[in-house]
Design a protein around this ligand. Sequence first.
Ligand code: SAM
Length: 274
Amino acid sequence: MQLWFIEEQAPGMALALKATGTVYREKTKYQDLTVIETVDAGRALVLDDCIQTSDMDEFIYHEMIAHVPLCTHPLPEKVLVVGGGDGGSIREILKHDSVKEAVLAEIDERVIEAAKKYLPNTSCRLDDPRCRVVIGDGFLHVNTHPGEYDVILCDSTDPVGPGIVLFSEEFYQGVYSSLKDDGIFVAQTESPFYYRDLLARVSKTLKGIFPIVKTYVTVMPTYPGALWTFTLASKEYDPVECVRRLDLETRFYTPELHKASFALPRLVKDIVGA
Ligand code: SAM
């Protein structure tokens, strides 16, 4: 007998991972949380039936969401992650010696607890003295901490449930005011195949708020469509011009890839009007 985890990623498309079983399951106040053990992708965190992170490819997503803005900013000292309860973004941020404090604003405490227990490779820096966990809505956080951060990452779920607000213009206005005068923001902006309208809208909205807005791409084998986008919005530094070469221990990110990831496929250029 074979056990398969199947995620219907789009009405006509699914990802199937051969599994050995369910490691943990709970219905939290906000979402259905499951940790599964798979044959090829290792442990995976699944929220409301959508894979959030898997041992196989989480490093790609977390290195690309963190190192692109942190290697663009000349001296990132205070960094905020909105969402990101699995801890992967915090792990990458804390590889930067300049960072004095990394704040994690996650709405669902149970995601953090489950990640600490069942996804140790991803959550391994959540108890670091430079990491401060704030349980609460990231929308409220950015609207109550003006001028505080050098870099803000939005490591959110898809735009469903509590994640919807993290794709709104009001949230981006809050992010702008929560950043210092030369701050940088990056959001995960989903698949260009399955979230075309959302990517276009986020890019357009951010362009109305920040002077520099650029989308970059990476591969993510377990995410819908496998081609993934991030959108970076900056008050001063251009992410293609300013790339600091740091001695970071990475498996995917390189300074060359940093620049190359802004060379967009025509499909994505057409969506974001680049
Ligand atoms: N890398 C993942 C992806 O692209 O699918 C995202 C991972 S992380 C687990 C997403 C987190 O965002 C979840 O733990 C969820 O609880 C959190 N979240 C959703 N809405 C939020 C909000 N309004 N404020 C703070 N955290 C939120």
